[in-house]
Design a protein around this ligand. Structure first.
Ligand code: PSZ
Length: 502
């Protein structure tokens, strides 16, 4: 089996810390020369000059902690002016190949020329200075921007779209629309009665109906009070917060490699589908019928759990039969990282999902929906900003760049290199690695323990790589769409080095 046969040596740099100079022999999937840089003046590689975290980060962390007393999550302070392409620079001048991208929310890397140009337009300044309440006084350009930026990439079969601020509030409002549609349908299309208006004011039936939303164990849909009832990835998100009595089904736990476990995986998916049916029946019997089901194409925060297209096709069928809406949360999977703009495109569903939500790489939050899910009355789905017009100016430039630079192909190619590289590393270090899996560059691999996963992230950081984790002990990769074969090689080479030293 061909491994990377990397040759690496240690050298001491001026600051006295170790930087490795490595001469990898290229992985067979990309034996050709490095592709021309998509961001022309991007750095050639990582560079770590100080201890990590460096002295400036440590000083700022202290100051920040005096201000918020809530800095337990801060990893480093960045120098965004100096960051470029796939490389994040910190305030200490250290440069990292960013394989995690602000929790998967950076589409084109740092300071992409197309975005610099887009934000330099007078339109953007006008839009920023005069931020409008989009629900009441939208700018004249807004419908055009929504057509260009959002409808141009709409999932097939979904013709309406609403912008919102973040992923959680997109999910909240999308699910509100499914409740509205459910109740309107139950009334045979009639508007709410006076009794319903009056009882709703006191959180009572029939105006405040006992409906439920089905989610999956291991899911993450946000941290607002409503979404937390659908989030089941880590107890720290939920503890001490009251929650709604809503059903959750198991999500398939697939075995890898998929081709070896087709039968077992089918049994596992059928078990979860049966649980969906059972939960729907249980909650109907309880008087809390399921109005909608929300599902991630890949359970991300929960540990990068995938399911096959079969699972989602069957799930859609079950929901349709039950009269419950099928809501796909593409907040983390959407925007191209799956190798297609929407991960669910790869399922080949017989018809579109009822609702698809997004945020992160799409820059704005929001959701697509079928016309029958549109609210029937004004002010049922509403808030002050209803999104952010400047974000659509940026999104237009992002969508143009994805098309112009064929970034979906770049993602597919880099994804293949990373995944096959991880599979080789898995064969080389079976004591540490298992279950390499991914869609495009949305990739993860399991480590032998949570401690090993954390150790790899720390070692990676010290060598100039930003990596993520998810679930209990998975290493999670979320590169930008401009992550090319040469970046994939740098990453694989470093992982090989780290694993050889464990
Ligand atoms: O710890 C956190 O709050 C995190 S870490 C990653 C996320 C949240 N992801 C956000 C997310 C998501 O991955 C999916 C599938 N759905 C909804 C959300 C919520 O989006 P935001 O954070 O924009 O509210």
């Amino acid at each position: 089996m061909a491994f990377f046969n990397r040759l690496s040596q240690s050298a001491r740099n001026v600051a006295g810390t170790t930087v490795r100079v490595s001469t990898p022999i290229r992985h067979k999937a990309s034996a050709s020369a490095a592709a021309p840089k998509l961001v022309p003046d991007e750095y050639d590689g990582p560079l770590v000059k100080t201890q990590v975290p460096g002295p400036k980060t440590q000083e700022l962390l202290q100051r920040m902690d005096n201000i918020t007393r809530n800095t337990g999550t801060i990893q480093l302070f960045a120098d965004y002016k100096a960051s470029k392409g796939n490389f994040l620079v910190d305030v200490d001048g250290n440069r990292y190949l960013d394989c995690f991208n602000q929790i998967s929310s950076v589409p084109l890397g740092y300071n992409h020329p197309a975005l610099i140009q887009a934000v330099s337009s007078p339109d953007l300044a006008t839009s920023m200075i005069n931020r409008s309440a989009l629900g009441v006084f939208p700018p004249g350009e807004y419908p055009g921007r929504m057509e260009e930026a959002l409808l141009s990439i709409a999932p097939k079969g979904l013709e309406c779209v609403q912008t919102m601020m973040c992923g959680s509030c997109s999910n909240e409002n999308a699910l509100k629309q499914t409740f509205l549609q459910y109740r309107t349908k139950a009334r045979g299309g009639a508007m709410p009665t006076q009794e319903e208006y009056d009882s709703a004011m006191h959180n009572q039936l029939p105006g405040a109906p006992d409906l439920s939303i089905l989610s999956f164990n291991g899911a993450f849909h946000g941290r607002t009070i409503g979404m937390l009832s659908l989030t089941h990835s880590k107890p720290i998100h939920k503890v001490d917060i009251p929650s709604l009595d809503w059903p959750a089904s198991d999500f398939p736990a697939l075995k890898y490699p998929l081709h070896q476990y087709e039968q077992e995986n089918r049994v596992e998916e059928d078990r979860c589908l049966q649980m969906v049916r059972d939960k729907i029946a249980e909650y109907a019997a309880k008087g809390k019928p399921v109005a909608a089901c929300i599902v991630e194409p890949v359970q991300a925060e929960g540990g990068d759990h995938h399911a096959t297209p079969y699972f989602f096709i069957q799930l859609q069928k079950i929901l349709k039969e039950a009269g419950a809406a099928f809501v796909v949360d593409e907040v983390q999977t959407g925007g191209g990282i799956a190798g297609t703009i929407w991960a669910h495109e790869q399922w080949n569903l017989p018809e579109a999902p009822d609702v698809v939500t997004f945020a992160k790489k799409l820059i704005t939050g929001g959701y697509y929906y079928k016309p029958e899910f549109a609210p029937k009355l004004a002010y049922q789905v509403f808030n002050t900003w209803m999104g952010e017009p400047t974000k659509l100016i940026m999104l237009e430039a992002i969508v143009d760049t994805i098309k112009k630079d064929n970034l979906l192909e770049v993602v597919q190619n880099s994804g293949k290199i990373i995944l096959s590289g991880l599979e080789e590393l898995q064969a080389k270090y079976p004591q540490f690695l298992s279950r390499a899996r991914g869609m495009g560059t949305f990739i993860a691999v399991d480590l032998s323990s949570p401690e090993t996963a954390a150790d790899i992230v720390t070692r990676g950081r010290k060598a100039g790589f930003i990596l993520g984790t998810c679930g209990k002990q998975s290493l999670r990769l979320r590169p930008a769409l401009i992550f090319q074969s040469q970046h994939a090689e740098m990453l694989l080479d470093e992982l090989d080095h780290i694993l050889s030293e464990l």
